[in-house]
Write a protein that binds this ligand. Sequence first.
Ligand code: CA
Length: 402
Amino acid sequence: MTTSWVDGAASSGFDVDHLPYAVFERAGEEPRVGVRIGDLVLDLAPVAAADMLEVSHLFEATTLNPLMAAGRPVWDSVRQWLTGLLTDETERDVVEPHLVAVADVTLRMPFLVGDYVDFYASLDHASNVGRIFRPDQEPLLPNWRHLPVGYHGRSGTVVPSGTDIVRPHGQRKAPTDDAPTFGPSARLDIEAELGFVVGTGSTLGSRITTEAFADHCFGVVGLNDWSARDIQAWEYVPLGPFLGKSFATSISPWVTPLAAFDAAWVELPGQDPEPLPYLSAGATRGLDIEVEVVLNDEVVSRPSYSSMYWSPAQMLAHLTVNGASTRTGDLWGSGTISGPEPDQRGSFLELSWGGKEPFTAVGRERTFLEDGDVVVLRYSAPGTAGGRITLGEVTGTIAPAL
Ligand code: CA
């Protein structure tokens, strides 16, 4: 793998071993499909048209959905075409007029979200939450090691990075309270996750096997599953998360294609007991993606996705094993990424142990989110060229309750 002729692309986290897609907008123009190289975004439609690319119409859209629906052979051939354009100096005259500084554009929602499912695939996170929410019981419920636990979330409130998060109102009742009260959440939190995006869907009545994962998964986004713990703790029994989660889920504007992770696959830490056969075959690979949770410019946690219990292929196989169909733009979250160490916890709930053990950030003791807090989730992974790729950030600022 060579590097791009674009100045600054080498070692930027955005060389030709990455090539994430986004939808960007310049003032007064329609949103457009672009791919990132270094600190620039390439406007794909005019370059593809000039090159008479057979699939150039896929880029004449205001979302990535047409490209995502085109399927693995097209994703691979477009990636090969882009690599050629951006590494071959003789293409420079054709390409350069269509490069725009990322700093000069606004990034939009990259794709139209279909259904949204969120899993709970970290053993450390599920164990920590069990201990905090149900201190007198076994932390893991009996099903947890047999299936990837998940719930259907609200796709209409998935928002792009940078969207302010308004503190939600809701009902909450602490165990010591006699009756529920209503008001702004006092225990607003983050969940550092990854999101996996369905490119080509599947029909009602069919299953996506673990082996078919790469034919259906287009790519990966950063994801923050904002969570109101006080609302969640009161409402979640017996049917699971609802209004404590559905007010907002942020994703990165850049979608990293699955092919960019070819050097990042690692074996899962191990599954015991052995899962049922539909979850077993060829599915025990996770991704070596490092995560940083940044609160007001200070890194407060460094979880690693490589420590997760359930793999992305197992999650997709499980969510279609009953014959549920999938469509382009469906999104599934990994679940909070927490590792075994205290400084690898992917939520403030865990970092502050339910609010009882404040952690220090920017010189102060902290528990849950305060108005004005800025949270940034950063992600990186080994690239195929020997360096690291930098996934799209997910940022959000907490705005006061309305
Ligand atoms: Ca979650």
